[in-house]
Ligand binder design. Sequence first.
Ligand code: NAP
Ligand code: ZN
Ligand code: ZN
Length: 352
Amino acid sequence: MAMTKTVPAYGARAAKSPLEPLPIERRDPEARDVEIEIFYCGICHSDLHKVNDDWGGTHFPVVPGHEIVGRVVARGARARRFQVDDLVGVGCIVDSCRTCPPCRAGHEMFCEKGVTFSFDSLDKARGSWTLGGYSTHIVVDERYVLRVPDALDPARAAPLLCAGITTYSPLRQFGCRKGQSVAVVGLGGLGHMTVKLAASMGADVTVLSTSRAKEKDALRLGAKRFVATRESGALDGLRRTFDLVVDTVSAPHDLDAEATLLRSLGTMVLVGLPPGASSLNAGALVFGNRRVAGSNIGGIPETQEMLDYCGQKGIGADIEIIRAQQVNDAYQRMERGDVRYRFVIDAKSLGP
Ligand code: NAP
Ligand code: ZN
Ligand code: ZN
């Protein structure tokens, strides 16, 4: 019989209820597993959407967390890729079929047999629901574990496992490069990573934020221009000026106005996942051969590429480290857009 051990975690027992201590079971490492002692776990707005059941279908109790950095403390008999003490990361993906065309192409999130995400996902092999990184330990098949470059501070590296890859991937897909004009809409966790990464690729970055509050930060992060979108006439003069618009907004908002910021043949890529439907007027796209696209995290090989890139360039997230006991306050601040720019839970605060 498979053995498990009980470890501390933080989770929610029902939709919209506060997170609270919630001990969970982790399996003993199987043949190709590594057991990771978690140092830090970032808080993504998707964690909050899941706890609020914004998208429907959350399975409670839920332990969120998919921006995990820690060290290897044990490995299964046939695990070879990592040594005990290696600094490693786990993002959104912990399993997939490995043989379908998307898996073979390194796009495991689109596995034809169904990907297993790191939390609130059915673990088909075991018939249980996955439990995420707001915890002290996690056990993951080594194929889905990432190597975190030593050059990176572990706490600042944690948000790269979701916010980093989710923004690196579309910048690469849509050819972000020197001389390109890129607009970043929403300066939260994903938004601030988009600014850093796009600037590091040589693009000319403009931040579109709801208020002036984050203006100084935007420029420090690498933006050349800042626009407060709720000021009247804010978008006048910006129409037809961007090659790429990266939308990281977590709440419903006006996509038509955003599309008109694109030059002809430009692309608006949606990474934010507001609850409910959004409308888009055909004319906003037709007049200019503009394109609208979506982008979902990134696969395992691209996540490793992103971590190596960030290691070489010295790119980490701007973070506020919190104790697990502060997670409900952090969620409230995130609801208000008051995040600079990622909360990261120090797993030591969860106890032994
Ligand atoms: P976040 O840190 O809370 O940032 C979201 C930002 O959106 C806020 O800081 C705010 O920026 C802006 N915003 C919020 N409400 C707004 C409104 N009503 N109108 C206009 N702007 C508003 O969230 P995050 O962790 O970056 O995640 C952002 C979204 O991406 C979430 O929906 C999340 O679920 C989704 N996500 C998607 C993927 C994927 O694979 N595509 C991966 C991870 C997350 P300002 O203060 O600058 O206005
Ligand atoms: Zn995320
Ligand atoms: Zn597959």
